[in-house]
Design a protein around this ligand. Structure first.
Ligand code: MG
Length: 190
């Protein structure tokens, strides 16, 4: 039986933050350099948390921005991995914006993922570490330090997807800069 290999959605499969910052520049005339971006952006953008939420809502309603196309080779990479693993998505995306995840996957990488699991489902919020353990994942590819930590806490293998906001994590956690490196890292470190 194939083992589950899990992917985070935002900023791993889909360049969501990059697209949001572009949207922000166009709509509000200001942005921050991507290299200084954090997981939560309101402090950097000098707005309130509520205002950030409002702007994300606007972003997700603007299909020209909220569907950034993936890199050209993403589908090829996933199809190769699919031969050896059961691919799943584990996303912490807020309930009100989850539908975009389905549309994006359907549009750009159809028939690749066996399952899409959201942390916020049926009113119960689980951690990614918990979900990985339940699904016995061989690894989760993740960018968010909070979720990476939850995998470490649950002793579940995690691969850091290199992003400006996760540079300070322990060097001992495997890290990749491109999804094309997954196959190699899985064969050498797991
Ligand atoms: Mg993410």
């Amino acid at each position: 039986m194939k083992k589950n290999l899990a992917f985070d959605f935002d900023d791993v499969l889909c360049d969501t933050t990059k697209a949001f910052l572009l949207f922000h520049k166009k709509k509000y005339g200001s942005t921050i350099p991507y290299t200084t971006a954090k997981v939560v952006l309101y402090k950097n953008l000098h707005i309130s948390e509520k205002e950030e939420d409002k702007r994300w809502n606007e972003f997700f309603q603007d299909t020209t921005f909220c569907y950034p196309a993936p890199s050209k080779n993403l589908i090829e990479i996933l199809q190769i991995l699919k031969k050896d693993y059961r691919l799943i998505v584990i996303s912490a995306r807020d309930k009100k914006w989850q539908y975009n995840v389905f549309s994006w996957i359907e549009k750009y990488v159809p028939n690749v993922f066996e399952e899409i699991i959201f942390l916020d489902s049926r009113g119960v919020k689980k951690s990614k570490g918990m979900i990985c353990r339940k699904n016995k994942t061989i690894a989760l590819i993740e960018d968010d330090p909070e979720h990476i930590k939850s995998c470490v806490d649950f002793e579940m293998p995690v691969i850091v997807f290199d992003r400006p906001w996760n540079k300070k994590l322990k060097k001992s956690i495997p890290r990749i800069k491109s999804l094309s490196q997954i196959k190699k890292i899985l064969s050498t470190k797991f």
